[in-house]
Design a protein around this ligand. Structure first.
Ligand SMILES: O=P(O)(O)OC[C@H]1O[C@H](OP(=O)(O)O)[C@H](O)[C@@H]1O
Length: 320
């Protein structure tokens, strides 16, 4: 079943990247809504809520996941019959997927304006949104060069350098620990985001905060490419973004770890870059300074008391 498969693929990172995770979850709910065999609307609601919770539980940090799930599930609220509910969910899922893909295109166009001919860029991890800006700048004929990090332990940098290579962009593949060494050669750092808080702090792949610090020291600008559904409404209530800590075996093989009984491997997948190290956040609605994160949440996501986790959630009525 697509739902179980998708949940497992997100958990194991076969499907990864905050935007892709969001679209995969919407697609899984769409398929589930169309195929589950139930006799009435009440049973349908229960099944769908369980499916939604199963998806949300897979990875805790990327807020795009609960935001996508809420966007789809909001279709349930106005439905009076089972066929109506099924079609409303399918429609919401299609709308979310379409607007997510469109958002990446918009971000590419806006982000590319901040990349100048001759720029040396640095990126970290594999962000569809950040890469879209780089690819668009290249497509516009700007001569650019990129430093791309390895991204231990999952090596998402390999995906990034393949994309850059295929586009014929001059790319330097560097160790995560070589960021400060090369920072003086960099004109602009561009990264994605898994979540953005109301005060403009950016949660992204582990190592981003260190890169931001090095960029700040070298007076190199750092921009973040993120769709509006990466903003976290619940942070308005002071809720913190949970940082996923993955298995130590991603860092150190179990056989080795077993021989080192006093050693504990720590493997947080994300870190938090404070707003003061972020120059600009490029969303599909325009580029904003991080201090305006609240306005994105208010204007484009909206907030209301949600069905899940008793928190503030995205009001998908505002989502298009
Ligand atoms: O949505 P897009 O821009 O593709 O990616 C945003 C972020 O999602 C990824 O997380 P992971 O690799 O799934 O842990 C990276 O942290 C990346 O910067």
């Amino acid at each position: 079943m697509l739902l179980t498969e998708t949940a497992e693929d997100i958990r194991t990172m076969k499907i990864r990247g905050a935007g892709r995770i969001a679209r995969a979850a919407a697609e899984a709910l769409r398929e589930y809504a169309g195929t589950i065999e139930v006799s009435d609307l009440a049973a349908f609601r229960t099944e769908m809520q369980e499916a939604a919770e199963q998806l949300i539980a897979t990875r805790p940090t990327a807020v795009s996941l609960p935001n996508a799930v809420h966007a789809v599930m909001s279709g349930l609220s106005g439905a009076d019959s089972l066929p109506e509910a099924r079609s409303a969910l399918r429609e919401r899922a299609d709308t979310f997927i379409r607007s997510s893909l469109h958002a990446v295109e918009e971000i590419a166009a806006i982000g590319a304006r901040h990349i100048s001919d001759g720029d040396v860029l640095m990126t970290h991890c594999n962000s569809e949104a950040a890469l879209a800006c780089i690819l668009e700048a290249d497509r516009q004929g700007k001569e650019i060069e990129v430093y791309a990090t390895e991204v231990r332990p999952r090596n998402q940098g390999l995906v990034t350098i393949r994309t850059l290579n295929d586009a014929g962009i001059r790319t330097n593949y560097i160790l995560d620990s070589a960021v400060r060494y090369f920072m003086n050669e960099v004109d602009l750092v561009i990264v994605g985001a898994d979540a953005i808080t109301v005060n403009g702090a950016v949660v992204n792949k582990i190592g981003t905060a260190q890169i931001a610090l090095a960029a700040h020291e070298a007076r190199t600008n750092l921009i973040v490419a993120a769709e509006t559904y990466k903003f976290a409404p619940r942070t308005i209530l002071g809720e913190l973004i949970e940082i996923e800590e993955r298995s130590g075996s991603e860092v150190l093989p179990d056989t080795l770890a077993r021989a080192l009984s006093h050693v504990r491997v720590r493997n947080p997948a994300f870190d938090v870059t404070p707003a003061e190290y972020v120059d600009l956040i490029v969303t599909e609605k325009g580029a904003i300074p991080p201090g305006l994160a609240y306005s994105i949440i208010k204007e484009y996501l909206g907030w209301s008391i949600g069905e899940f986790h008793k928190g503030l959630v995205m009001n998908s009525e505002n989502h298009e």
